[in-house]
Design a binder for this molecule. Structure first.
Ligand code: G3P
Ligand code: CA
Length: 283
């Protein structure tokens, strides 16, 4: 009798716990955390706080950390090939010197793009744009920045051709976005592939952006992605009122991420995807 009672009460307690535990968990969440869970997590130049920027190591790390997008910088070689590198020179992130545009792809591929960050990354190469598309499409979103497109006439068409070859230009394909600080380039690209969302990047000199300028951006862009230092709650509202989404850059601390969550941005471009709560990294 006693045994029967014990089994019955244990079963009852187990069933009750199934209902009570989730309630307790959700009631302990703060509003800030709920907001964080909706945030789009964009790994800037890959998870570049953990691995050398714009390399396969950094992009694989972002994928492993379950970021929503990798952000990549696209430029062009002397022989017209698309490569993924941030600076217009190779000095900072490789063992070479000079401009990206002075070298052929074959020459750039000889360079070491990892050792500057740490000896664990010896032998990382500058990736090609096509290599990134083939490795990550369907697995993680790709935020493509046309870096200094004024140096590479026709680069918009080349980027778009590579996307079209892979059917990545289809309507409602929300996993590819094209952006640039060069707004004429964004406009041109949007005309060529209206189905792909586009973003306007602005630096901190745009703190006083007017409603007229935002309306102009909204005529061809889907995102307004400013330097995080100029983001205010009022700016977020004005941008969203124009039908634009906002992914500010570049978060490097938890405090910066928390601040942007509070301001109501739509996504965060960060070197450390773990600061965007949606996908915490358990240690
Ligand atoms: O995606 C935004 C951000 O990448 C823009 O700045 O200089 O890091 O390319 P930058
Ligand atoms: Ca960039």
């Amino acid at each position: 009798m006693f045994r029967k009672f014990t089994i019955l009460s244990m079963t009852t307690m187990f069933l009750m716990s199934m209902f009570t535990i989730p309630v307790l968990a959700s009631s302990s969440e703060t509003p800030a955390i709920k907001q964080q869970q909706k945030m789009v997590n964009i790994a800037h130049r890959g998870a570049s706080g953990h691995a050398p920027e714009n390399t396969i190591a950094a992009f694989d790390k972002a994928f492993e950390m379950k970021a929503d997008y990798i952000e990549i910088d696209v430029q062009q070689t002397r022989d017209g090939r698309l490569v993924v590198i941030h600076d217009t020179t190779i000095d900072r992130t490789t063992n070479g010197t000079g401009s990206v545009s002075d070298y052929t792809l074959e020459e750039l591929r000889q360079l070491d793009a990892g050792t500057w960050f740490g000896k664990d990354f010896i032998g990382e190469q500058i990736p090609t744009f096509e290599e990134i598309l083939d490795r990550y499409r369907g697995k993680i979103g790709i935020l493509i920045e046309l870096k200094s497109p004024e140096l590479y006439p026709g680069v918009e068409e080349k980027v778009i051709d590579a996307l079209i070859e892979r059917n990545m230009h289809r309507p409602n394909n929300q996993k590819v976005i094209i952006q640039s600080f060069n707004h004429e380039s964004v406009k041109k690209s949007k005309e060529l592939v209206p189905n792909i969302p586009h973003g306007v990047l602005t630096d901190s000199s745009w703190a006083d952006v007017t409603d007229e300028q935002l309306a102009e951006f909204a005529a061809y862009a889907d995102f307004y992605n400013p330097n995080m230092n100029i983001v205010t709650h009022e700016l977020v509202e004005r941008v969203q009122d124009k039908g634009l989404k906002m992914y500010p850059y570049t978060v490097r601390t938890q405090e910066q991420a928390d601040n942007l969550f509070e301001l109501g941005v739509d996504g965060i471009i960060t070197d450390f995807p773990e600061y965007v709560y949606k996908h915490p990294v358990k240690k």
